[in-house]
Write a protein that binds this ligand. Structure first.
Ligand code: NAP
Ligand code: MG
Length: 401
């Protein structure tokens, strides 16, 4: 059969075990069927170091230009990694750099299968977490206060007017943090959430802590409300979906009691933490997808998990590992489907569907990696290593080629 042709997407390679998976997925599951057309950027830590992290910026630019990107998990270096890789600098998280460059919102959704039951039995539909990807504690200035003194918040406008607020009077050592956000980014975040909910046909929830943070979180609440009323209320009604704001405390309790099937918009930190909680509760980190959507319609797909370092060290010793490749495969299928949708390339979009169906089909028929097998109490299960799982997915793809 002729391989499917496509326009280019931005491809961002990464680190450790996921870098190993990356290659296997391309060789085994994509290239036999698709004439893969990518602009390749090596975001592996070694190359980021060698290029002074320029490669990350170039990859972000390519994603913006090509509208679609797919990214492998990457190491965010810390002191230990700096030693391990002999780094020139502690490079920033590539994800943070790309998010900032695209001013995007990250949507994380679990891949549901019949065999894996969520820890919360009521959750029968996916919960998508939308995480604001700019500012707050992720772009903060921090200071270790050495001794007694006064801390102030100072804002100087471009015209030279100054506002001062007291933060605290320190009687001894302590810590301070100054964080910010900007209306334009909050608005893009809100817009991305409304658009995503409309296209998914799912209700949108937004939560923050506006009872305590009256100005900061209050601004988030107001931006959402304003935009909803002025631009989205009618479209939501037509679509039969709803938007509502609630305090984050109330949101967590409602989420647990819900059956899922909605988008939960969270501020940056809440989204970071809640997406880990929700993905764990749905089963395995290996089954959580992530897509960064920019307000001007660029899409960057990846798995929500990291580079699975522990498995990589075992793999380096020549051991077989049962690392779950599903979220990384879905990053590829997501990018290929989006490329297909944007270009009217039905064949490519259809291939993405088939690839996903083959992954889910294998699991439903009991062939799965160890992380999932552990969660399956009913019926026959064949726990396989990564290569064994890929082989089963390949077999299924070939069956309905
Ligand atoms: P991790 O790679 O997500 O893995 C943590 C643990 O979760 C693994 O040791 C494994 O548990 C389990 N796990 C995660 N993904 C799995 C999969 N696909 N299949 C099977 N098990 C899976 O997090 P980490 O080990 O804390 O971080 C490693 C590196 O990833 C760090 O350098 C971090 O900076 C980076 N990171 C990158 C991204 C990203 O690029 N998006 C996100 C998060 C972290 P068991 O060992 O118990 O099997
Ligand atoms: Mg996290």
């Amino acid at each position: 059969m002729a391989r499917i042709k496509m326009n280019p997407i931005a491809e961002m390679d990464g680190d450790e075990m996921t870098r190993v998976l990356w290659r296997m997925i391309k060789e085994e599951l994509i290239c036999p069927y698709v004439e893969l057309n990518t602009e390749y950027y090596d975001l592996g830590l070694k190359n980021r170091d060698e290029t002074g992290d320029r490669v990350t910026l170039e990859a972000a630019e390519a994603t913006r230009r090509l509208k679609v990107g797919v990214k492998c998990a990457t190491i965010t270096p810390d002191a230990k990694r700096a030693e391990e890789y002999g780094l020139k600098e502690l490079w920033k998280s590539p994800n943070a750099t790309i998010r900032a460059a695209l001013d995007g919102t990250v949507f994380r959704a679990p891949i549901l299968t019949e065999r894996i039951k969520p820890y919360v039995p009521g959750w029968t539909r996916p919960i998508t977490i939308a995480r604001h990807a700019y500012g707050d504690v992720y772009k903060a200035a921090e200071y270790r206060v050495p001794a007694a003194g006064k801390a102030e918040l100072v804002f100087t406008s471009d015209k030279g007017e100054t506002v001062r607020l007291e933060i605290a009077r320190f009687k001894g050592p302590g810590v301070i943090q100054g964080m910010h956000n900007i209306d334009a980014s909050i608005e893009s975040f809100a817009r991305a959430c409304f658009e995503y909910s409309l296209s998914a046909g799912q209700d949108l929830w937004f939560s923050a802590k506006d009872t305590i943070s009256k100005v900061y979180d209050g601004e988030f609440r107001d931006v959402f409300e304003r935009l909803y009323r002025s631009e989205y209320a009618e479209r939501f009604t037509q679509k039969g979906i709803s938007y509502f704001y609630t305090l984050i405390d109330d949101a967590v309790s409602r989420v647990i009691r819900s059956e899922g099937g909605f988008v939960w918009a969270c501020k940056n930190y809440d989204g970071d933490v809640m997406s880990d909680l929700v993905s764990t509760a749905f089963g395995s980190l290996g089954m959580m997808t992530s897509v960064l959507v920019s307000p001007d319609g660029c899409f960057e797909y990846e798995a929500a998990h990291g580079t699975v370092q522990r498995h990589y060290y075992r793999w380096l010793k020549g051991e077989k590992t049962s690392t779950n490749p599903v979220a990384t495969i879905f990053a590829w299928s997501g990018a290929l489907r989006k490329r297909g949708e944007l270009d009217g390339n039905g064949e490519l979009a259809c291939f993405a569907e088939r690839l996903e169906a083959a992954c889910v089909g294998a699991i439903n028929d009991g062939v799965m990696t160890e992380d999932l097998a552990k969660l399956c109490s009913d019926g026959k299960v064949r726990s396989v290593d990564t290569a064994g799982y890929m082989k089963e997915v390949r077999r299924r793809l070939d069956l309905n080629a």
